[in-house]
Design a protein around this ligand. Structure first.
Ligand SMILES: [Zn+2]
Ligand SMILES: [Zn+2]
Length: 259
């Protein structure tokens, strides 16, 4: 029959493709006891709880008469026999679990939930049937920086208030290293930069998704005395530049005594 295993990888590994060794359990008949689960030279014993019957009869008497019910013997599970000399090699189970090491090739661009099939490496067939296939289901761990949407990657980048206004060049993360991105002067918070072809590769294809970077503009939570002075100066100039600026300014101007 077919066998399914899970393999957890990082987004970087999904980006580049990876080759991983996994351990696959395989059940094999115990060679020591030939599957009987008995130590050499011993046989099974009659179950003392049910006397070999496999069933236990419970009888209850009451003023209405005698009632009896039959249950399966718990000790021998209804077989009537118990194994008092279990095979030391398989602990009486008759089968041994071995671990096979297999190599799994995970293709670049693999998605969470994709399955890699390895033919003939499933569980052994019974009664001479061919073995099933092994399916390795790929799980991709969440990434600290990137969110994946199909073949596209999404991330946030941060600049200061002044950098957004003046423009700058920043280092941006990609899945295979750091790159430069030019932030043009006057960039607004929430602006999304699209880098074509810098997303995830597509399995069995030469095309790739895109990388979307959303711009965060950090407003300072605390100002030094100098920063405050400069910002107030900036604000004053900005207000003048607007010719009085907003509603409050116009209101104040209107209420000022005319000279
Ligand atoms: Zn029994
Ligand atoms: Zn055994």
């Amino acid at each position: 029959s077919d066998l399914m295993l899970e393999l957890e990888i990082d987004l970087e590994e999904a980006y580049l493709g990876t080759s991983r060794e996994i351990q696959v359990p395989r059940h094999e008949t115990c060679g020591e006891c030939g599957g009987s689960g008995l130590e050499k030279g011993y046989g099974k014993d009659l179950c003392p709880d049910c006397g070999g019957d496999g069933r236990i009869t419970h009888t209850r008497r009451s003023s209405f008469g005698t009632f009896s019910s039959v249950t399966t013997c718990r000790r021998c599970k209804g077989t009537g026999e118990i194994n008092t000399h279990p095979c030391s090699s398989c602990e009486g189970k008759g089968v041994k679990t071995l671990l096979d090491t297999l190599k799994v090739e995970v293709p670049a661009g693999v998605s969470d939930g994709d399955r890699v099939r390895i033919k003939g490496k499933g569980e052994a067939g019974t009664g001479g049937a061919p073995p099933g296939d092994l399916y390795v289901e790929v799980r991709i761990r969440e990434h600290d920086t990137f969110v994946r949407r199909g073949d596209d990657l999404l991330a946030e980048v941060n600049v200061s208030m002044a950098e957004a206004a003046l423009g700058t060049e920043i280092d941006i993360p990609t899945l295979d290293g750091v790159e430069k991105l030019r932030i043009p002067p006057g960039s607004q918070p929430g602006t999304v930069f699209r880098l074509r072809g810098r997303g995830m590769p597509r399995v069995n294809s030469r095309s790739t998704g895109d990388l979307y970077l959303s711009l965060n503009v950090n407003i300072p939570r605390k100002l030094t005395a100098e920063q405050r002075k400069l910002l107030e100066e900036f604000h004053r100039i900005e207000s003048q530049g607007k010719g009085g600026g907003g509603f409050i300014h116009r209101l104040r101007k209107a209420m000022r005594p005319q000279s």
